[in-house]
Design a protein around this ligand. Structure first.
Ligand code: OXD
Ligand code: MN
Length: 592
């Protein structure tokens, strides 16, 4: 365990507040994990699945009022409101601590306090950071054992240091009216109460690795981003790394685990996954930007995951995986979700544990679904057939390209390259995605989501843009090249034009060729767009004219876009860097 005085003092304070009956120090050993699984099954927190077909796999059902992240109850509690900025909920830290302590007081009574020491990133890596989460949920412990690196070694690495993130989770009564996910970036502290759902309670993930870490990165000169990391191997065996940010529902996990089209596979192309959700990036000794994936597993959305959309993710869930809110096939105690296959189970329980009638299933009506639309798998990264050799190495991988993207039916071309870093920051700051039928509310509404960080940036987004610009200055000519992609252009009938999935490799190849100075492009009002001949269409049922269509930059559409970006920028007031205002002016001038 630990002699660290700052840890022990905080734990004493928490014990006095929460009054647990028992305390368990989690050590990351298989023996303890097995015992905790047994306890979870006994408590009814987990249901054991078919151990022959799915060894080490379990099912969990959350409270039906608690199935997703709650952005309206997520707060950044900095000493001033200005620091949290216009895109975050804010509350005075003193007031919020008091409110949360009142909610949590005595809430571990009759329960066990689990103490989880974890490392975000390979233990001991110079790019990694340490957290300690306390929780009263054995489900949280078992998920943290998959999603982070939990071990007594973490205490050794921490030593006497106070550089660790405090995380208090208490399930309380799972009361949505008293649910709060709060961050105190100046104290390295997270408090989450009245939820048991992953994104709200696995505090290493969004809370630490993005909200707190983005603040730390700003103060310490590095970057915590909502990005996948992949390595693209060419026939010579060279691997180039790409980090890419997309808002939710744009296929980040699918892109991270992409399988190239057959003709490219035969030539020797291959994609390696380093991460599917979060990247921490620092400037290395050679001046390049190096990234690690701070996580140790995938917390992926189950519906839509199948052997075609993401073979590697599906493979990752075949052992030691926790499924949350999916359907249970009673015939053989395996799991099912919409989009897994066409064999709707005849004898199943839905995500709430009620008998499910496949005859009543109607794709358009989410209330008839067997699995919750946001049902998840928590799968160890080591299960992934294409996990990168670099994944467990602490040095990180050098990033050649940063890719932004979103779901835009008409406006953005399939791919374009920014003119330079500053122009790339402008593109990221204006990122947007159109809502899909997958989420509640109107379809096709544009939501601006700068760098896909809108719900995850732990400070003022104007300062965040400034930090990006500063990083670019430090990187100079070693900076990764910045691109934007859009897999989602539609035809007049609303069908996607680009096939997506594995074929996105054709676009990634152009991106890497551009980084290497090998591919051509035409300069347009928005940046460099490939000539149709620059994208390899071998074996694809698409003609050059169609490709040309999705590479066009429609000036009328872009004038509207520029006006919308101007509106979006108003939110940031005088903290919006002048460089970005200038970029917008340049765009407008280019469109004239
Ligand atoms: C996630 C998200 O769960 O971005 O990764 O919402
Ligand atoms: Mn995410």
């Amino acid at each position: 365990m630990t002699k660290n005085k700052t840890v022990l003092a905080w734990l004493d304070e928490m014990k006095a507040l929460l009054t647990p009956d028992n305390v368990v120090w989690v050590d990351g050993t298989d023996a303890q994990r097995d015992e905790l699984r047994r306890v979870a099954v006994e408590l009814g927190e987990l249901e054991e699945l078919n151990q022959e077909k799915l060894p080490g796999c379990y099912l969990h059902r959350t409270n039906p009022n608690d199935v997703a992240r709650v952005e309206d109850r997520t707060f950044i509690c900095t000493s001033t409101k200005e620091m949290a900025g216009p895109t975050n909920n804010w509350c005075d830290p003193k007031e919020m601590y008091e409110k949360l302590y009142n909610i949590a007081r005595g809430s571990y009574k009759g329960r066990t306090m689990y103490i989880i020491p974890y490392s975000m990133g390979p233990i001991g890596s110079p790019l990694a950071k340490i957290g300690v989460e306390i929780t009263d949920s054995v489900y949280v412990v078992l998920n943290m054992l998959i999603m982070t690196r939990v071990s007594n070694e973490v205490w050794d690495v921490l030593g006497d240091s106070n550089d660790w993130v405090r995380g208090l989770h208490s399930r309380c009564d799972v009361d949505p009216e008293k649910r709060y996910i709060c961050h105190f970036p100046e104290d390295n502290t997270i408090i989450s109460v009245n939820s048991g759902y992953g994104g709200n309670v696995l505090l290493g993930k969004k809370c630490f690795a993005l909200r707190i870490a983005s603040f730390q990165g700003w103060k310490e000169g590095w970057m915590a981003e909502h990005m996948l990391i992949l390595g693209l191997q060419n026939p010579k065996g060279e691997v180039h790394y790409i980090a890419a940010a997309f808002p939710s529902a744009c296929g980040k996990t699918n892109l991270a685990m992409l399988i190239p089209p057959e003709y490219l596979r035969k030539k020797g192309y291959k994609v390696w996954t380093v991460g599917d959700d979060i990247a921490w990036m620092r400037i290395g000794e050679d001046g390049r930007l190096y990234a690690i994936n701070p996580e140790n597993g995938f917390f992926g959305v189950a519906p839509g995951t199948n052997a075609h959309s993401n073979f590697n993710a599906l493979e990752s869930t075949k052992k030691n995986t926790i499924f949350t809110n999916v359907a249970l096939d009673l015939n053989d105690k395996t799991v099912w979700w919409e989009g897994l296959n066409k064999n709707l189970p005849e004898n199943a329980l839905d995500w709430k544990g009620n008998p499910w009638d496949p005859a009543k299933f109607n794709k358009a009506d989410k209330t008839t679904c067997a699995a919750h639309p946001n049902s998840r798998f928590t799968a160890p990264a080591e299960n992934c057939p294409c996990i990168s050799d670099e994944f467990n190495k602490g040095a990180g991988v050098p990033i050649s390209a940063i890719v932004f993207g979103g779901r835009r039916a008409k406006y953005a071309p399939l791919v374009y390259q920014s003119r330079d870093w500053e122009n790339g920051v402008f593109i990221g700051s204006a990122m947007a995605s159109e809502t899909t039928a997958a989420a509640a509310g109107a379809v096709g509404v544009v939501r601006r989501d700068p760098m896909a960080m809108l719900p995850f940036c732990g400070y003022h987004m104007g300062d965040y843009f400034r930090h990006w610009l500063e990083m670019g200055k430090k990187l100079g000519d070693k900076a990764p090249k910045i691109f934007n992609v859009n897999w989602f252009r539609t035809d007049d009938e609303g069908n996607f034009i680009w096939p997506g999935f594995g074929d996105n490799m054709r676009v990634l190849n152009w991106i890497i060729d551009r980084c290497e100075g090998k591919a051509t492009a035409s300069e347009t009002a928005i940046g460099y767009v490939p000539q149709p001949e620059d994208i390899d269409l071998t074996d694809l049922d698409m003609d050059l004219d169609t490709l040309k269509d999705i590479l066009t930059v429609d000036k009328a559409v872009w004038e509207k876009e520029a006006a919308e970006i101007e509106e979006h920028y108003k939110k940031f007031g005088d903290r919006l860097p002048q460089e970005l205002r200038d970029q917008l002016a340049t765009l407008k001038a280019n469109l004239k």
